[in-house]
Design a protein around this ligand. Structure first.
Ligand code: IMP
Length: 424
């Protein structure tokens, strides 16, 4: 059986968690393949909101396996907090949560290094979530990292001490003012490691292979978005992992030929949190209204998200890189009430009109070209069926489908599980 992929097509925060939760009933295994606690996947059901950072979004469904793949980086302290919250909500993860031995650990000093590196950059900072993501992936590719499987070995504390010591000299090298009490951070870390040890560690690539052989269905869950991909995103304002489809192959051990559907999730407009270019960003009242109506505040950091019109040049690029087979449009309800809606269909770049993403999308290099649409006034949040959609929304959807040449199968009209409209 093929492995289906679900990933974000913009700068993250598209609503992946909600759709994974909605689709979980169709799958046996939900597997996260990259990123770490920089992610904040929000799920709303039965009037309650839940935010997951590292644990896959299928965790609220009984009898489903949730796997944290080798491509993920785990902060045991944040992981423990997630487990505690789930337990308080009556979700016991012991039998359903599986962790790859090859996933890397975020040490307290990785977080400190992240803070030191960002501080030293001054105005050029990435706007990192400061969860230690970059330094942990640097240690992974630098072949210095500590993996989950290491904590089963007798000498792992020696390895830990050597790496933490190296990190401290690197922090000193940055020569910035970072206040910390390492002893306190380490106590918390080792306590969390003991909790992590009570969970099931697996060789996840073998587990996935066997699941596939037995005909089990698997959904691979991405984090962040395609434009934050370390290779194809708006470098250097990106995260440190491959957020695109290829990341699912390396982050879980899936062969490319085993990939089935690729679900691409995008918002009906665009948002970005942190620094970096954003061609269709709005600095006026329209952008402010989108932020307020869409509750555009980071689920992990609480920072307000920058808002702007939908960018089809960037979206087309993301569909292309990922091989998207089905689209899912989120937050359609947020666009209700705008007189006019705009969609960027091309850029002016060096006095030419282009429809592909150039090397630089800095505002000094490109100007977006827009197509305008009539807006709609109707509140979409209570709608149950696409037949209730206003004509102007149908026009908007048809235009996007035609431009991207991919069907939009789901339109989300609110944060709740039930506010999900399947299009036929
Ligand atoms: P880092 O991955 O925490 O180092 O952050 C790098 C960049 O990616 C920053 O601009 C963050 O705001 C952004 N970022 C990281 N994770 C997410 C996410 O889950 N949603 C949206 N933006 C993210």
């Amino acid at each position: 059986m093929a492995v289906d992929l679900l990933l974000g097509l913009q700068w993250g925060d598209e609503g992946k968690g909600k759709i994974v939760d909605v689709l979980t009933s169709k799958y046996d295994v939900i597997a996260r393949f990259q990123g770490g606690p920089n992610a904040g996947h929000t799920l709303v059901f039965n009037g309650e909101k839940h935010v997951l950072h590292t644990i896959p979004s299928g965790i609220f469904h009984e009898n489903k396996k949730n796997l944290v793949g080798n491509g993920v980086v785990i902060d045991p302290v944040i992981f423990k907090k997630e487990l505690d919250k789930l337990a308080a909500n009556g979700v016991d993860c012991k039998s359903t949560l599986l962790i790859s031995r090859k996933a890397h650990l975020i040490l307290p000093t990785h977080r400190l290094l992240d803070a030191a590196s960002e501080t030293s950059k001054g105005k050029a900072k990435i706007g990192s979530t400061l969860k230690g993501i970059g330094p942990t992936y640097m240690d992974k590719t630098g072949r210095n990292g500590i993996r989950v499987g290491d904590i089963e070995l007798s000498n792992w504390k020696e390895k830990y001490n050597a790496l933490a010591k190296k990190h401290q000299s690197m922090i000193d090298f940055y020569n910035v003012n970072i206040q910390y009490d390492l002893e306190e951070l380490e106590n918390e870390f080792f306590e969390a490691i003991n909790v992590l040890k009570t969970l099931t560690f697996i060789d996840s690539e073998e587990y996935i292979y066997q699941a596939k052989v037995k005909g089990k269905s698997i959904l691979a869950e991405g984090a962040q978005g395609s434009l934050l991909d370390i290779d194809f995103g708006t470098y250097p304002f990106v995260t440190s992992s491959n957020t695109t489809a290829a990341g699912a192959c390396t982050g879980l051990g899936i062969a490319p030929s085993d990939i089935g559907e690729v679900f691409g999730i995008f918002k009906a407009y665009t948002t970005r949190v942190g620094s970096g270019p954003f061609p269709t960003e709005l600095f006026d009242d329209i952008g402010k209204t989108m932020g307020v109506v869409g509750h555009e505040f980071g689920a992990t950091t609480g920072r307000s998200r920058r808002c702007g019109w939908l960018d089809l040049v960037a979206l087309r690029y993301a569909c292309q890189i990922n091989g998207v087979t089905q689209l899912m449009m989120m937050k359609g309800d947020v666009l209700s009430g705008f007189e006019t809606l705009k969609v960027c269909t091309a850029y002016t770049y060096k006095n030419q009109t282009i429809t592909h993403l150039p090397y630089s999308i800095e505002p000094t290099d490109i100007t977006p070209i827009y197509t305008a649409f009539k807006g709609w006034k109707e509140d979409l949040t209570q709608m149950q069926n696409e037949s209730e959609f206003p004509e102007a929304l149908n026009t908007y959807i048809s235009f996007l489908e035609k431009e991207l040449n991919i069907p939009i199968k789901i339109v989300s009209v609110g944060p709740d599980r039930r506010q999900t409209i399947f299009r036929v």
